[in-house]
Design a protein. Structure first.
Length: 256
């Protein structure tokens, strides 16, 4: 199993989110929300993977099991590949989908296929895995979710940030961001979707958000300013660490 070099990526210059202080500290010791900027998308994916792995290890030191929420989309592929090579006791981790498109099981737009290919099928020890229901039975899905979550809370959650400000499959202009644990969203990008609801995303110890590409710059700026056009800005609980590449960060600075 590949091991990470503890001497690498131990310090990061941070850009504070609204209401947080601007500090530099070892990645394993982050306690406030911040934006970390890496030179390119590959480096951002690697750092996000390391943050997730170190957070899971910390959770497993405190509890018998840990829960990891994983989002879909094309951006996290390299992050999942890097994460699969890091040292984590995966047999003690519950991996749970954050969002999924309501399409047939073999449809190429399903998040599940890429998640299995890039992470679940690569880790050396099988992890417990809970996919989200795509049959519309949100009540059954909520029951299964409640059986896995400890104190109804995620330890670590990976989220993305869309150019339109969406995270998971929640969009700020949706009429219902959810009061229960799961919500079925209106059609976006050609598909209806099922997602963990905003209160579940908010009730997470550490959220690691991977944001790459110049098109994400305005959305990143909205998050930094606490603008509620970005769903992330609605989440007040836990810690949010945004890992951005220089393209996204340069674009967000250009909007100032």
């Amino acid at each position: 199993m590949a091991r990470e070099d503890p001497k690498r990526h131990t310090e990061r210059t941070t850009v504070p989110l609204s209401g947080s202080s601007n500090v530099t500290r070892p990645a394993q010791q982050f306690v406030e929300s911040a934006i970390l900027v890496e030179p390119d998308a590959a480096a951002a994916a690697e750092l996000a993977a390391r943050l997730i792995a170190s957070s899971l290890r910390a959770s497993l030191m405190a509890r018998p099991t840990a829960t990891l929420g994983v989002s879909g989309g094309s951006t996290p592929r390299n992050m999942f590949l890097a994460l699969s090579n890091l040292s984590v006791e995966w047999n003690r981790v519950h991996v749970i989908q954050v969002d999924e498109r309501l399409v047939p099981p073999d449809h190429p737009d399903r998040n599940l296929g890429a998640l299995r290919r890039d992470l679940l099928d690569r880790i050396p020890e099988p992890a417990s895995f809970l996919p989200l229901p795509v049959d519309g039975d949100l009540e059954r899905g909520a029951t299964r979710l409640g059986d896995v979550l400890i104190e109804n809370r995620f330890d670590v959650m990976h989220l993305g940030l869309g150019a339109d400000g969406h995270s998971a499959s929640l969009f700020a202009d949706d009429p219902d961001l959810g009061n229960g644990p799961l919500v079925e969203t209106p059609e976006h990008g050609g598909h209806r979707r099922v997602s963990l609801a905003e209160p579940v995303l908010a009730n997470t110890r550490i959220r690691v958000v991977l944001c790459t590409g110049a098109a994400k710059g305005p959305a990143l700026e909205s998050v930094r300013l606490g603008d509620t056009t970005a769903v992330l800005s609605l989440m007040s609980g836990g810690t949010t660490i945004v890992v951005a590449d220089s393209d996204a960060a340069s674009s967000h600075r250009a909007t100032n």
